[in-house]
Structure formats: structure tokens, C-alpha cells
Ligand binder design. Structure first.
Ligand code: FES
Length: 132
């Protein structure tokens, strides 16, 4: 196996070691407005994302996963990217945008970055369903 196959950038390592906006206690998500949950068909891991919205913008984004280091780093990055974004812009984010910010992931770990992206879309849809 080529060592490059498992190369993790410093940004990935930093977000894995110090995940941003991860839910540690249930009290942190008591006031959230919506939630989205997905499971990965590739590995069976689960991702859950909560959002809080004000004036059409995401003001808080928190998450919890049973996924791997790549899922943790990807969703940590995603949670920072979406805070301050309109729902309209946030729903357009693609896994590739997260990967670009991370400087990439090993090819066998790309599916891990899709989890946060899909859970966020479900959270936004959940919010829109509740507020129509
Ligand atoms: Fe399942 Fe990464 S292997 S989320």
C-alpha cells in the first residue's frame, strides 16, 4: 500500500484533536431549532447535526457522531463553515467544499465527509418543514 493513501493534512489532525461544536452534553442542544440524522451505507456510522437559526441564518451548529476521525474532522470543519450562513447557502454546501477546506482526505475516507454534509441538509429540511 502506498503511504500517501493514508495521508492526513495538519488541518484534518487539528480538527480531529480539537473538534469544534461537538455535542458533549445534552444541555448544549436543548435550545436548538432542528436536527438531521444520517447513517453511512459505506461503514454503518451515524451522524447527527443540530442547528439554531435566526433571521434565516444559522447561528449555531452542533453535531455528534459514532464515525471515525475523518468524520469528526469533516463535521467539525463543516460546523465552522456554516455558522453565519443563510439556510439557502448552507444547503448548497457539498462534501467537496469541506474536503477543499481540509486539504483533502485519504480516498478511502471520502465517504466520511459526506455524512456531515447530508445530516446538515436534513437538519435544514427539518427546520423548513417546521417553519412553513
Ligand atoms: Fe465511518 Fe468514517 S469510516 S464515518
Amino acid at each position: 500500500m502506498d503511504g500517501q493513501d493514508w495521508f492526513y493534512t495538519d488541518v484534518v489532525k487539528e480538527h480531529f484533536i480539537r473538534p469544534r461544536n461537538a455535542v458533549l452534553f445534552d444541555s448544549q442542544i436543548e435550545d436548538m431549532d432542528a436536527v438531521g440524522e444520517v447513517g453511512s451505507p459505506a461503514c454503518g456510522d451515524i451522524m447527527k447535526i443540530w442547528i439554531k437559526v435566526k433571521d434565516g441564518k444559522i447561528i449555531k451548529c452542533m453535531w455528534k457522531t459514532f464515525g471515525c476521525a475523518s468524520a469528526i474532522a469533516s463535521t467539525s470543519m463543516l460546523s465552522e463553515m456554516v455558522i453565519g450562513m443563510t439556510l439557502e447557502d448552507a444547503i448548497k454546501i457539498k462534501a467537496k467544499d469541506i474536503l477543499d477546506k481540509l486539504g483533502g482526505l485519504p480516498s478511502k475516507k471520502i465517504h466520511c465527509s459526506v455524512l456531515g454534509d447530508q445530516a446538515l441538509k436534513k437538519a435544514i429540511e427539518n427546520y423548513l418543514d417546521k417553519h412553513q
